[in-house]
Write a protein that binds this ligand. Structure first.
Ligand SMILES: [Zn+2]
Length: 118
């Protein structure tokens, strides 16, 4: 279960970014989770309320996620394909010899906030 520790890091990063910019409340944060990162988005949803507990800057903060597709380039026939959907095998020629083009990332993509009204 590595999700909770990376989620802590993302939340701490968002909190620090908010602090550095004088933002008192975040309305949402967006994580980008690659299909091949090994992290399951369902766990981020589950742990998010726990991780943001006792952090006022995250009160009623929404967790958004962008799932980045795991794309592969077949090194036999140059076809591009979705690695997850094809179980790592080129759908055109059946080769497993490939270059991974994306979908391994996990990052804090965006933080959302509303301007303070004076
Ligand atoms: Zn191929």
């Amino acid at each position: 279960m590595h999700e909770i520790s990376v989620l802590y890091k993302a939340v701490e990063l968002a909190e620090q970014t908010a602090k550095d910019n004088g933002i008192s409340h975040l309305s949402y944060i967006t994580l980008e989770v690659g299909e091949l990162s090994g992290y399951l988005p369902v766990f981020f949803e589950k742990y998010f309320p726990v991780v943001i507990e006792n952090r006022p800057v995250f009160k009623d903060c929404e967790l958004k996620m962008i799932i980045a597709r795991g794309e592969g380039l077949c090194l036999e026939c140059n076809a591009m394909y979705n690695i997850m959907a094809n179980e790592g095998k080129c759908p055109k020629c059946g080769s497993r010899y490939k270059k991974i083009l994306g979908g391994q990332q996990f990052l804090l993509k965006e933080i959302g906030f509303e301007e303070e009204k004076e």
